[in-house]
Ligand binder design. Structure first.
Ligand code: PEP
Length: 237
């Protein structure tokens, strides 16, 4: 299975024009490479006329677990499928922290997405406080146990280990520690693709794939700079 490199643009950029420019550059730079590349823009840019066909797949940053109805501001799995979205990031630490997403809510979202045939990038990871208290494995175990409760078909599941203290801080997790966490996650779940995310740049990306054994990377800040992101994609070949 190919390595998976995921761009999480978060709430950026501010215009369709910029989104298209970054996306076009990523698509051209990714053409012909033996890596699966996913771009997850804000939902308002999730349409094929921006993305064009092939090379890079579209991913969403969020989804709701109900089918339709009176849920102002939310987006359903069917809406995403209709736009040809393939992947959804679920459980990102920013959604947990700023939007109150619990492990139980995340579980409902993962179930809904997988039942609809969408592919999931399920984010897990400990905070600085939990890390310093030696609770990392306990936290990962709880997030995974509740997040995947009742889910048996894992074919479309990918997991991203994202230590919260490493996200957007420039303080990326060391290779040894990352390897331990990825291996621990595999002992809990079995054979799914396990990605690393947290201050990935082109000068550290290759070591996560080659030394820590990650099956891919979830990239935030660096994914908005096409040239940098393409270097990261190439390091995963
Ligand atoms: C992320 O948003 O999941 C992330 C890892 O961000 P950054 O690469 O900026 O740390």
């Amino acid at each position: 299975m190919k390595n998976l490199i995921v761009a999480n643009w978060k709430m950026n950029p501010n215009s369709q024009k910029e989104a298209k420019e970054i996306f076009d550059a990523i698509r051209e730079g990714s053409r012909g490479l033996d890596v699966e590349v996913i771009v997850c823009p804000p939902a308002v840019y999730l349409y094929a006329s921006i993305f064009g066909e092939g090379v890079v797949s579209m991913g969403a940053q969020n989804v709701y677990f109900e089918d339709k109805g009176a849920f102002t501001g939310e987006i359903s799995v069917e809406m995403l499928k209709d736009l040809k979205v393939e992947y959804i990031i679920i459980g990102h630490s920013e959604r947990r922290k700023y939007f109150g997403e619990t492990d139980e809510i995340i579980n409902k979202k993962i179930k809904k997405a997988l039942e609809a045939g969408l592919k999931v990038i399920f984010c897990v990871g400990e905070t600085q406080e939990e890390h310093d208290a030696g609770k990392k494995n306990e936290v990962l175990e709880k997030q995974i146990k509740i997040g995947l409760d009742g889910i048996t078909d894992l074919a479309n599941l990918n997991v991203a280990y994202e230590p919260v203290w490493a996200i957007g801080t420039g303080n990326n997790c060391g290779v040894e520690e990352t390897k331990e966490s990825l291996d621990f996650i595999r002992t809990l779940i079995g054979q799914v693709r396990v990605l690393y995310g947290g201050s990935v740049k082109s000068d550290n990306s290759g070591e996560y794939i080659k030394e820590a054994g990650a099956n891919g990377l979830l990239v935030g800040g660096a994914s908005l700079i096409a040239e940098e992101f393409i270097k990261i994609v190439k390091s995963a070949e």
